[in-house]
Write a protein that binds this ligand. Sequence first.
Ligand code: NAD
Ligand code: WQD
Length: 345
Amino acid sequence: MVSTDSSTQKILVTGGAGFIGSHTVVALVEAGFEPIIVDNFSNSEPAVLDGLRNILGRDVTCYHADCNDAAAMAEIFGKEQLTGVIHFAAYKAVGESVQKPLMYYRNNLDSTMLLLELMPQYNVQNLVFSSSCTVYGQPETLPVTEETPRLPAQSPYGNTKAICEDIIRDVVLAKMPIKAFSLRYFNPIGAHPSAQIGELPRGVPGNLVPYITQTAAGLREQLTVFGSDYNTPDGTCIRDFIHVMDLADAHVSALRLLNQTNTDNLYDVYNIGTGHGATVLELIRTFEEVNQIKVNYTIGPRRPGDVEQIYATVDKANQDMGWQTQRSLADALRDAWAWQKKLSN
Ligand code: NAD
Ligand code: WQD
């Protein structure tokens, strides 16, 4: 029987040096869990560990290893007495996944399957998997609930999320002693309010908020808003933007619920968003207001593959986990800007 006292629980955090993983490490420590990071730094920097130390006042154990390296992973499982795993490690660039599908399938699927093999071997029961709202495509009705049908993914990346969800479900259905939640994240933005950690996009950002902060910082000349002729109040796309610390907190709530659920195996999915949509122009305006800085932008053509609008119902996570968002869109955009200023300095 797993203890519900989180202070004794070591949680393997794959991809724990990445954007969402690093913020979740902070939330885990603050909740009394002991995170053990494994990351190969393919999309993050070891300096993230300094940021974590500055926030937490202590070091966090980090293994520099590849989650697909079976020997290295077995060694970590053998050495650490883990009670759970949060599996963030994955490649996540939608466009790149279209160019390099096998790289995406290998990394994202193999790492998930290896964890599912190792967990029962080492008596580790709890798994939280990073899924994505991308599995819904453009839903016919909004907001999306967990019952909203998944649609065929628009990209190999999206496929990896849907396939990993199914692999985990099938392993649980096969009565393996695993309790797992797939969390379907909507659009995480922002940074830790200390500006010690945040998002570190490599090259030209594909996502909206890093593009905005880099434009405001003068690193990019102009933001292009992709399309203003959508069927939305101001013609720009609608997304459910969630503060990354609220998303981090959801992982703590998910682990607590897994601990409390007294069963040998379990699989469920949860939407993790705010329950509210904002348009791209609303987000730009909020950024300008809260930070008192102008964003140079122009309206351009639609970006191929973009869904027009998507936002979540998060009632299930509210009810089952007792989790709720605490931070506003303005909070997230203020924290994102503070992080960008720190990076620029
Ligand atoms: P990220 O790229 O910042 O973090 C992923 C981390 O995993 C990086 O530190 C990278 O170095 C590491 N990694 C990748 N492959 C690895 C491997 N084989 N072995 C060890 N480490 C490896 O991404 P993120 O934004 O923090 O996303 C985390 C997870 O959440 C991913 O699974 C992603 O698909 C999912 N997700 C992200 C978003 C988003 O908008 N950021 C939305 C929905 C879902
Ligand atoms: C948001 C809105 C753009 C950049 C992506 C992944 C998805 C999930 C979340 C992982 C859209 C507009 C953007 C710019 C713009 N990730 N935009 N100008 O597309 O909702 O989702 O991240 O699972 O799988 O696809 O996020 O930040 O790229 O775009 O106008 O320079 O901002 O058109 O409407 P998206 P995003």
